[in-house]
Design a binder for this molecule. Structure first.
Ligand code: SF4
Length: 249
């Protein structure tokens, strides 16, 4: 027989439509079998105990990125976090930091998507459309591998200390996606595309403290992208300066 264990789930509840009711923890005591995820428990609480509990989820397979939250102080996906993996029988769930809370664990992702949209997150081609697909070598694909793996869960946004003090900052995920296309051998965006993020609210705002890397559930390293973009910008500037110097001689 499978052994059940009792866990206490403390979930931070708040409804932006009722601001007079302060954020508060609600407690649920649940019996859990080994192998159950935090998301499975949330679904059970909502379906069997409290239908007003709000959270996002979709794929249950760490692919859609919609169930990102803070679980016992760590930013992670509820669908890939095993309840039995903690050394405690109390699990505290809070919404992602650095976002406005809409309700309970649901946050307003608008600023995150605005920054994603800003970097033009798609292949840009300037030559004629080819008749067949454009092949990539293994090496070319490897260059973008880690950035392709980003599922846009926003854990990195929640972990970022720059966003905590500067809400207009580009954020780690948008930088990772821009680098993903800049490094893609099929992409033909003009060098001037980097100017979209070449300012004090763009890649230069990053403190390079690597919290985004620690928080990412898909092992993406957004700081690598930020450093890569910074290097590309410095190269561009040097080229311009050298070009001017040549013209003047
Ligand atoms: Fe999520 Fe990682 Fe992508 Fe950030 S870089 S959105 S943490 S998958």
């Amino acid at each position: 027989m499978i052994k059940e264990s009792a866990y206490t789930f403390k979930i931070l509840r708040y409804d932006a439509k009722e601001p007079e009711r302060r954020p508060r923890f609600c407690t649920y005591r649940i019996r859990v079998i080994p192998g159950l995820t935090v998301l499975a428990v949330l679904l059970r609480i909502r379906d069997e105990i409290d239908g007003t509990l709000s959270f996002r989820c979709s794929c249950r397979s760490a692919v859609c990125g919609s169930c990102a939250m803070v679980i016992n102080g760590k930013l992670d996906l509820a669908c890939r976090t095993q309840v039995a993996g903690f050394n405690t029988d109390t699990i505290i769930l809070e919404p992602l930091p650095n976002f406005e809370v809409i309700r309970d664990l649901v946050v307003d992702m608008t600023p995150f998507w605005q920054m994603y949209d800003k970097i033009q997150p798609y292949l840009i081609r300037r030559s004629h459309a080819p008749e067949k697909e454009i092949p990539q070598s293994e090496g070319e694909r490897r260059q973008i591998d880690q950035f392709v793996n980003c599922i846009l869960c926003a854990c990195c946004w929640g972990a970022c200390p720059v966003l905590a003090r500067e809400p207009g900052y580009l954020g780690p995920a948008a930088a990772a996606k821009l680098e993903r296309f800049v490094l893609d051998s099929r992409d033909e965006r003009p060098a001037s595309a980097l100017s979209l993020v070449n300012d004090e609210k763009g890649v230069w705002a990053c403190d390079t403290v690597f919290r985004c890397i620690d928080a990412c559930p898909k092992d993406v390293r957004p700081t690598d992208a930020i450093v890569g973009l910074r290097k590309a910008m410095v190269k561009q500037s040097f080229k311009k300066i050298l070009g001017k110097a040549k013209d003047e001689t």
